[in-house]
Every structure is written in structure tokens, then in C-alpha cells.
Design a protein around this ligand. Structure first.
Ligand code: IPE
Ligand code: IPE
Ligand code: MG
Length: 250
């Protein structure tokens, strides 16, 4: 897509600026095929690649995907270990391609619990792609919405202890600025694949006014057409942000 078309797409309110996705259904996809669960996760990486490309083409500025929740440590140790390995190998494989697509990549979540090698690779990938401008692609890993709010409050607490901030100065905006993704517009469109209709401790604060889209499609099956369908659904909605439709239409 020529850059001018991309900019035109960007200016249309019908295109979400920020899309957030819970990529669910990898395990069931594998089970249907009598494959081990990890085969579903591997297939899921391909869906991520497709959606990244569609976002760039559609003029979406930011894509945030939920890859591993703070609750996912409760899974069998073997699956957790394989997921960490997959995360590492996918990073090693994909970062160059993302860079060629002018994608800025970042990870949000508590990375301190990850193997050191993975932490290093994450930092490298973030540095390597930091100046890219086509899309901000954020992977939420060992992320939880409650963790996010708690870490933001802790940060403000430290500022108070240092005497740099007064409790009365804490506003919604200030708290927001300490959260993950504070430099991005709030998600306009939330997608969850895999048929469940819940947030599962993903972005809690940030989804306050996001449009929700649920699909039964399992994440490894989520491709070009499914994404286009989600964008179409988004474009057909009226966002009122508390106002009346008469006010919005005026
Ligand atoms: C989502 O797929 C990916 C991760 C949570 C890592 P699941 O692994 O949850 O797939 P289902 O829900 O078991 O089908
Ligand atoms: C949510 O999926 C987390 C990710 C997609 C990474 P889960 O499949 O773990 O969610 P629950 O536990 O079924 O709600
Ligand atoms: Mg699941």
C-alpha cells in the first residue's frame, strides 16, 4: 500500500488506531488435530505474523497481543517451558522481518521472571526496532491488568516517599501515565478469538471505552478474512463516550 493511502486510512475514524487481541484457542486447535498443544502455539505465531502485516496495510498504528498472562504460570510446567522456548525462537526468527517492515516491537509485563537469555533477547529486539514507525507492536508477556495497576500505584507511592508528589495530586491522568502502554492511544478495538467472552486479566484500565469483538475462530485459524471482519464490525459501530447519539451525529 502506498504511504499516502496508509495515511488516509489512518485519518479515518473507521480504522482503529490501536487493536488489542487475546489470542486464544491454540490448545483446542491442536487437540482437534490430535497434535500436542505446543503445535497450536507454533501455528499461532504464524497468525501473529499475518495480523501484523494486515495492521500495517490497514493503517492501524498500534497492535497489542496477549501472549502469556500472569495466570498462565499455573499451566503444566512442561507447557510453560515450551512456551518460553517458543517465545525465544520466535523472537530470534521474526525480529529482522519486523524491522524490515518498519515495526517497533516492545514487551510489556514483568519480565524479571523470564529466563535471563530471553530477557536479553527482548531488550535487544526493543533496542533494534526502537526507531521504527509503521506500527508499534506490543507483546504482553507475564502481563496482568492487576499487575499493571499495582506497579503503577507502587511507582506513584515511591514518588510520594521521595517527597516529589502529594497524594492529592494523583489524578486519573497521572495514574494512567505510569501504566504500561501509556504512550499509546487507548485500544479502540479489542478482539478475543477462541469463543470465550472474558478479559482474563488483560488490559483492565485501558479497555474502559474499547469496542469488544468476540469470535469463535481459534487463533491459529485467524487470518486475513477474520481480521477484515473484525475491522468491518468496528467500522459499523457508533462510539458515544457517554454522549447521546444526537450529539455524536451532529
Ligand atoms: C492461548 O491459547 C495461548 C496462551 C494462553 C499461551 P490456549 O493455550 O489458551 O488455547 P486453549 O484455550 O487451550 O484452546
Ligand atoms: C488468556 O488466555 C491469556 C492469553 C491469551 C495469553 P487463557 O486461555 O489463559 O485464558 P483463560 O484462563 O481461559 O481465561
Ligand atoms: Mg485458552
Amino acid at each position: 500500500m502506498p504511504e499516502s493511502d496508509q495515511i488516509a486510512a489512518r485519518q479515518s475514524p473507521a480504522v482503529p488506531r490501536h487493536v488489542a487481541i487475546i489470542m486464544d484457542g491454540n490448545g483446542r486447535w491442536a487437540k482437534q488435530r490430535r497434535l500436542p498443544r505446543i503445535a497450536g502455539h507454533r501455528a499461532g505465531v504464524k497468525s501473529v505474523r499475518r495480523v501484523v502485516e494486515r495492521c500495517i496495510e490497514s493503517g492501524v498504528e498500534a497492535l497489542t497481543v496477549f501472549a502469556f498472562s500472569t495466570e498462565n504460570w499455573r499451566r503444566p510446567q512442561k507447557e510453560v517451558g515450551l512456551l518460553m522456548e517458543l517465545f525465544l525462537s520466535a523472537l530470534e526468527r521474526e525480529v529482522k522481518k519486523l524491522h524490515q517492515h518498519n515495526v517497533r516491537m516492545r514487551i510489556v509485563g514483568d519480565r524479571s521472571r523470564f529466563p535471563m537469555k530471553l530477557q536479553n533477547r527482548i531488550a535487544e529486539a526493543e533496542r533494534y526496532t526502537a526507531a521504527n514507525t509503521a506500527l508499534t507492536f506490543t507483546i504482553a508477556a507475564n502481563y496482568g491488568g492487576r499487575w499493571d495497576i499495582a506497579q503503577a500505584v507502587r511507582e506513584l507511592g515511591h514518588s510520594i516517599e521521595r517527597g516529589e508528589l502529594k497524594a492529592d495530586e494523583i489524578t486519573e491522568n497521572l495514574l494512567q501515565s505510569s501504566l504500561a502502554l501509556s504512550d499509546l492511544p487507548e485500544p479502540d478495538l479489542f478482539i478475543r478469538t477462541g469463543g470465550e467472552q472474558r478479559i482474563s486479566n488483560f488490559l483492565l484500565w485501558q479497555l474502559a471505552y474499547t469496542e469488544f469483538y468476540f469470535t469463535d475462530t481459534l487463533w491459529p485459524d485467524f487470518g486475513k478474512r477474520s481480521f477484515a471482519e473484525a475491522l468491518r464490525s468496528f467500522a459499523s459501530r457508533q462510539r458515544r463516550f457517554g454522549r447521546t447519539s444526537e450529539q455524536v451525529e451532529r
